[in-house]
Design a protein around this ligand. Structure first.
Ligand code: NIG
Ligand code: FE
Length: 413
């Protein structure tokens, strides 16, 4: 057998445990590491994993000496708002003056200001801008992402955003999972007529599903945005149409979105900074992944972070994501989020790696294709300039990537 690619002299090969379901609670503490390993790739898939010494006789078109460094699965970022127009650097001064995030939104800024810019942008503008951000994500080791709409809040612009995501899927060889987040905010012209707005969003679900424009639907359940009842109704309808479901839940106020996600068997519940004890209990007896976004808490200047420790100790499956967006978390750098998870969420290095690989893949329905290094899976992996896997969340704010491979091809170095 001649392979397409052989990586040898891998000092530490990170092998998150493969599982049909996300790793829950204590299972997240286990992170199998293979020392002095080698990987061979054929037709974009991992075809062989063995000891480096055994690889001497292995035939391959290209051989890469990893020089004793660390190799991990390609990282998965399961929550991003990749496609949008404009930027909001003006909000820094408002934040410094103490204006809260929801107040900026209520006065027509925040998400609504990005909506205005996104409505004005052409599809080509949006592709160019999103490509720039996406390439930066890849440069930080990400080979699968989720990308949400939600800056249209009307049919045409929401469809424009989803079509841009489709175009990005054709343009880049990485995994891009699309989420329809039509109910991301209440357009100013619909204040007091939220149910009419939601009906318009529900009316789009069938077309979105039929055209394959999104795999998931999502809603921002929060004070001053959508209520628990509205969120339940929207998500149930999305589910009936065959879409997977997610929710922006209990980010600022504890409304019970965490419990709602578990009861609807959502793929993920995201944010959860204000999740109640009951919500955490409900998650632990479900397969819903808690997608935690410590970059957002940091960027909003808050001191209280999601209770990752309690969640993991009580048996919840936790994943981490950037929440990359132009308002509440402006970074494409998932490695920075890994460092914040160590410092602010008290997660261990083992839990952190599981949270950005196998569990992140499950949070976006990609558990079978991404998130682990195993024979038969997509050959998505990262060679890291790291002496060991514990080093990454320790040395923060820089890019530790040496090179990124996706489906066996080098995408970045
Ligand atoms: O996940 N919380 C709501 N939505 C985004 C922020 C979007 C924005 O501010 O533009 C989030 O944080
Ligand atoms: Fe978000």
């Amino acid at each position: 057998m001649s392979y397409d690619l052989l990586l040898y002299n891998i000092g530490q090969l990170i092998l998150p445990k493969s599982s049909e379901k996300p790793l829950k609670g204590k299972q997240m503490q286990e992170l199998p590491i293979r020392k002095n390993a080698a990987i061979a790739v054929k037709d974009g898939k991992i075809a062989w994993i063995g000891n480096s010494e055994e690889s001497d006789g292995v035939q391959a078109k290209k051989k890469v000496d990893v020089k004793n460094r660390v190799v991990s699965p390609g990282l998965v970022d399961p929550h991003t708002h990749l496609v949008f127009g404009g930027s909001r650097e003006n909000e820094l001064a408002l934040k410094q003056a103490g204006v809260p995030y929801l107040e900026i939104l209520a006065s027509g800024g925040g998400i609504l200001s990005t909506v205005e810019s996104t409505r004005k942008a052409t599809q080509e503008d949006l592709i160019e801008k999103a490509s720039f951000h996406l390439e930066r994500m890849i440069s930080y080791g990400v080979t699968t992402i989720e990308a949400k709409s939600g800056y249209g809040l009307e049919r045409d612009t929401e469809l424009k955003q989803l079509r841009v995501t489709q175009r990005l899927r054709e343009k880049y060889p990485i995994g891009i999972i699309s989420t329809f987040l039509g109910p991301h905010a209440i357009p100013s012209s619909y204040r007091g007529k939220e149910d009419i707005f939601l009906t318009e969003m529900v009316d789009m679900l069938e077309e979105i599903k039929a055209e394959g424009l999104a795999e998931f639907a999502d809603i921002f359940c929060e004070t001053g945005v959508f209520t628990i009842e509205q969120s339940r109704d929207f998500l149930q309808k999305a589910k009936e149409k065959g879409l997977g479901i997610k929710i922006h839940a209990d980010e600022i106020d504890s409304l019970g979105g965490t419990e709602l996600a578990a009861s609807l068997e959502a793929a993920s519940a995201d944010h959860l900074v204000a999740a109640s004890d009951n919500g955490i209990k409900a998650l632990s007896s479900s397969d819903t992944v808690a997608v935690l976004l410590p970059g957002t808490t940091f960027y909003l200047g808050k001191d209280t972070y999601a209770q990752a420790r309690k969640m993991i100790d009580e048996g919840v499956a936790v994943a981490l994501a950037t929440d990359f967006n132009p308002g509440s978390c402006v970074t494409e750098n998932l490695q920075l989020i890994m460092a914040l998870a160590g410092l602010k969420l008290q997660m261990t290095a083992e839990e952190i790696w599981n949270a950005v690989t196998v569990n992140a893949a499950h949070a976006i329905g990609q558990g079978r294709v991404a998130g682990t290094v195993e024979v038969g899976k997509q050959a998505d992996f990262v060679i890291w300039n790291l002496p060991n896997y514990q080093y990454l969340p320790y040395h923060f704010g820089v890019n530790h990537v040496s090179s990124v491979y996706c489906r066996g091809n080098k995408l970045w170095e």
